[in-house]
Design a protein around this ligand. Structure first.
Ligand SMILES: [Zn+2]
Length: 335
C-alpha cells in the first residue's frame, strides 16, 4: 500500500527555533531517547516527526516501544529510525553520533578521526568510518547539480594535492621535484567550479585540461566564466563569455578574478596541512567535497549545520564504501 505524503505540518524542523537552540553542552546532557527523537524529527521532517514506512511509504505505522522500532500496517515491515539510512548498523549511541556531528560541523578546517576518537572516547575505527560517511552525505548534496546561467558568474581553477616526495637529508642527494620522473605519481588535481553567490563543485581530475569537459557539463550556457591564464581553458571561449586573469599581473583586474576558487583551495590546503597532514588517493574526492560543503554553508550557525548534516544522513541510503568496512578489512587480513 502506497500512501501519498501528507501536507507539511507547519514549519520545516530545520527552520524551527528548536533546531537553532542546539549546543554542545545541550547535546551532551541529552538522554538517549531525546537524541533519538531528534533523529526521528529530522528524518521525518515532512510529517512533523511522524514515522512512515521506508519500504512502502505507508503512514500507518505504530510504535514498538520495547524494541525502539515501528511496524508498518501496510507491509508489516519493522524499522528503526536509522533503517535504510547511512546510519544503519550504527555502533554508537544516538547522543554520541549527534555530538560527533556537532563537533564535525564546528570544525571549519575539518576534524581528524584521531581527534574525534579522543574527544568522544570511542574507537578510532568507529570515528574514521563515521566521518567518512558524513563526507559522503555532504558530497551527495550537490550530486547532479549544475551551476551558472544568464547573468551568473562562475570561477574555475585547479590545484594539486597529494603525492608529496620527501626531500633527502643531504642537499646533494635531493632530487628536482619539479621534474615528472622525480614525482611519486600520486599527485592529483582538484578542479573547482564555483558560482559567485552559489554552489562550489569540486572534482578530482588528472590535470586542468581534464577539468574542461566537466565544465562543459556542469556550467550552463550563458554563464560568464572566470579562469586564469592556463592554456587549458582557451577552448572555453567558444562556449562561454570568458574573463581571464593573469596572476602574475594582479589577483583581480577588469572584473576578472578567481578569488572565490582560490579561497576554496586555501580551505582545502589548510585541512591537508593542518588537520589531516595527508589527503590523497581514493579519499581526496571526499575531502574536497567536505571543504566545498563547508564553503557553501559557512554563514550558517553551528546548530543549523549539525541538523543539516543529520538530515543529509537520514536521506542517504546505506553507504556503499563504508558499510561493514572494517569487517571486510578484517576478513581480507585473515584470508
Ligand atoms: Zn510498509
Amino acid at each position: 500500500m502506497v500512501t501519498s505524503m501528507p501536507k507539511l505540518k507547519g514549519q520545516h524542523f530545520l527552520l524551527s527555533p528548536a533546531c537553532r537552540t542546539l549546543s554542545e553542552t545541550k547535546v551532551a546532557r541529552m538522554s538517549e531517547d531525546e537524541a533519538r527523537e531528534m533523529f526521528a524529527k529530522l528524518r521525518w521532517a515532512k510529517t512533523g516527526g511522524e514515522a512512515f514506512c521506508p519500504r512502502c511509504g505507508c503512514l500507518g505505522c505504530y510504535a514498538l516501544p520495547a524494541k525502539r522500532k515501528w511496524r508498518c500496517k501496510g507491509c508489516g515491515y519493522d524499522f528503526s529510525v536509522t533503517s535504510g539510512t547511512i546510519f544503519a548498523d550504527r555502533k554508537m549511541a544516538f547522543r554520541d553520533i549527534l555530538l560527533a556531528i556537532y563537533k564535525f560541523a564546528n570544525a571549519a578546517k575539518g576534524l581528524s578521526a584521531l581527534q574525534l576518537s579522543r574527544e568522544l572516547g570511542c574507537d578510532y575505527k568507529v570515528a574514521f568510518v563515521l566521518l567518512h560517511k558524513l563526507r559522503e552525505c555532504m558530497e551527495a548534496e550537490t550530486i547532479g547539480e549544475q551551476v551558472g546561467g544568464e547573468d551568473a558568474h562562475v570561477e574555475v581553477d585547479g590545484a594539486y594535492f597529494g603525492g608529496h616526495v620527501r626531500p633527502a637529508n643531504r642537499k646533494n642527494d635531493r632530487l628536482d621535484r619539479r621534474l615528472v620522473e622525480n614525482r611519486s605519481g600520486k599527485r592529483q588535481c582538484v578542479g573547482v567550479i564555483r558560482q559567485r553567490g552559489g554552489r562550489t563543485l569540486p572534482f578530482v581530475v588528472a590535470d586542468e585540461a581534464a577539468l574542461v569537459p566537466v565544465i562543459g557539463r556542469k556550467v550552463r550556457k550563458g554563464t560568464t566564466v572566470h579562469a586564469d591564464e592556463a592554456a587549458a581553458y582557451d577552448v572555453l571561449h567558444a562556449r562561454y563569455a570568458m574573463k581571464r586573469i593573469n596572476h602574475q599581473e594582479a589577483y583581480s583586474l577588469d572584473g576578472a578574478c578567481t578569488n572565490g576558487a582560490e579561497s576554496y583551495f586555501s580551505r582545502l590546503r589548510r585541512a591537508e596541512w593542518g588537520i589531516h597532514h595527508h589527503i590523497s588517493g581514493h579519499y581526496l574526492r571526499r575531502y574536497a567535497a567536505e571543504m566545498a560543503w563547508r564553503e557553501d554553508h559557512r554563514r550558517e550557525d553551528n546548530s543549523r549545520l549539525t541538523s543539516t548534516i543529520v538530515s543529509l544522513g537520514m536521506a542517504r541510503g546505506p553507504s556503499v564504501d563504508w558499510r561493514g568496512y572494517w569487517r571486510r578489512w578484517e576478513d581480507r587480513a585473515a584470508a
